[in-house]
Design a protein around this ligand. Structure first.
Ligand code: SAH
Length: 454
């Protein structure tokens, strides 16, 4: 076997894609991962990094072009990882995601027979994100906004983020210029000095209400209120300006403390015709239109009946359960972030839902408490973060013995692992529907119906 060394060049043919959408080529069966390269393309590459089991290559020249390729709008969208699939035709992105789900259903869940449907895509698969989290750094003595270069913390200045609501892109620049005018010091990550770390903006897809969160290293914010006033006067959609304090040397963007600088503490938006209040610390689906399709798929899978008792686990601000509360007997929601539960309680009220009960806590613990209280759910919805369900949760949910479990997942690998476990406990996966919540990126969302074996 040839040894692959850094700085060598090769001509290779791409034969596969990684789950992150990198092209894969093999030299004597040794895999090379290559950005911006699609299956069947022949490319001349430079080896830029080598490891024991694989290497990374960079395209020097493309000798032919895949029929599934589209011109990349801006190379920074690939370099920064903002839109790592933006060199693929959208139809191809959807097929890629379906294929990724099929792979894990086969290899991890060992259920090749379970149907995986074609990914539900967007008509206009860009400009969809209702939230931006933008790092602020000093560049050429100016306050700059942009995105990190992939696998680094080097800032690439960016103005058009392609997948974000364009009104958010505009607002970032206006806020940046106001901060510059007030001579605000950008954060310095190496030294953990400076002041302004991130600008976070949320904009309601239907309401157009905007929230601006300024994440700062220290609490004292000289002229904070005047800056907030300037933001509101230059951006009339902004109804909420919040300072969030994060003094830690960490990759986590937000700290725990929120300080109101101007306007109100929350914004509102709509989903499937219901209204929701959203706090700075609460999770809210970033692609509103596709979230509606995702929820509708989950609801259709659940075949809800008027006397059903339903658990909405990992409920956030209550959006899944409140979408159908009027059609069932009772909804129990559990969520670990206290502000999100406060939002959920408020949201139940403004949408006239009286048959809902919310509990702050870890889902895996609260499920056991509910079991002890004798709650007997017919349907359990789960919508966990990327790490999937804890073993404790899977056991407790199976012991509650619901008829159906609806699993909404943002990570096919942990989904497949959990489906196998549910299979052992008598819950059989029936069908899988991927929904594209994150066009131009490799993130995959999927809904699964599980039924109790009879
Ligand atoms: N269903 C909601 C939220 C989904 S995101 C929606 O569609 O908007 C996942 C949620 O799980 C987040 O709100 C997160 O705060 C919450 N979470 C994470 N770990 C948890 C745990 N162990 N127990 C309960 N909730 C948890």
């Amino acid at each position: 076997m040839k040894t692959i060394e850094k700085n060598q060049t090769y001509t290779v043919t791409i034969d596969d894609l990684t789950h992150e959408g990198l092209g894969v080529a093999h030299i004597d069966r040794f895999p090379i991962f290559i950005e911006n390269a699609l299956p069947n393309e022949e490319v001349e590459i430079l080896i830029v990094k080598t490891g024991k089991k694989f290497a990374y290559g960079k395209v020097l020249q493309r000798l032919n072009e895949s029929i599934d390729r589209v011109p990349v709008k801006d190379m920074d969208l690939l370099r920064s990882g903002i839109a790592p699939l933006s060199h693929m035709k959208y139809e191809y992105q959807l097929a890629f995601k379906e294929e990724q789900v099929k792979r894990v259903m086969n290899k991890i869940a060992h259920m090749p027979e379970i149907p995986v449907f074609a990914t539900i895509g967007m008509e206009e698969p860009y400009a969809y994100r209702n939230k931006a989290q933008i790092p602020v750094r000093k560049m050429n003595d100016q306050l700059a906004t942009g995105f990190y270069r992939k696998n680094s913390h080097e800032l690439l200045p960016i103005e058009d983020y392609f997948i974000q609501d364009p009104e958010i892109d505009k607002a970032i620049l206006i806020v940046r210029d106001i901060l510059q005018r007030f001579k605000i010091k950008p954060y310095n990550e190496e030294e953990n000095t400076g002041f302004l770390r991130h600008i976070i903006i949320r904009r309601g897809h239907y309401s157009h209400e905007m929230m601006v969160i300024l994440v700062t290293r220290t609490a004292k914010f000289f002229q904070g209120n005047r800056i907030a006033e300037a933001i509101q006067s230059e951006l009339p959609e902004v109804v909420s300006v919040i300072q969030n304090v994060n003094s830690e040397k960490t990759n986590v963007i937000m700290g725990k403390e929120d300080i109101l600088l101007a306007g109100k503490e929350t914004i509102e938006d709509q989903l499937l015709g219901k209204t929701y209040r959203i706090s700075p610390q609460s999770f809210y689906q970033v692609n509103t239109k596709q979230a509606e399709k995702l929820y509708q798929t989950a609801i259709d899978f659940a075949q809800l009946k008027a006397d059903d008792v339903v658990i909405d686990a990992y409920c956030g601000i209550g959006t899944i359960g409140l979408s159908f509360a009027e059609n069932v007997k009772h909804v129990y929601g559990v969520e670990v972030v206290p502000q999100a539960i406060e939002d959920a309680q408020y949201n139940a009220k403004i949408n006239g839902a009286e048959n809902v009960t919310y509990q702050i806590g870890k889902a895996e613990k609260v499920m056991k408490q509910w079991e002890q209280l004798g709650i007997q759910p017919d349907v359990v919805f789960v919508d966990p973060p990327r790490k999937g369900l804890a073993e404790e949760f899977i056991q407790a949910s199976a012991e509650l013995s619901p008829d159906r479990i609806i699993y909404i997942s943002c990570n096919p690998a942990t989904l497949a692992r959990d489906l196998e476990r549910y299979g052992e406990l008598g819950y059989q996966a029936q069908k899988v529907q991927p929904v594209d919540l994150f066009p131009q990126t490799y993130h995959i969302e999927a809904v699964v119906l599980l039924s109790k074996a009879v």
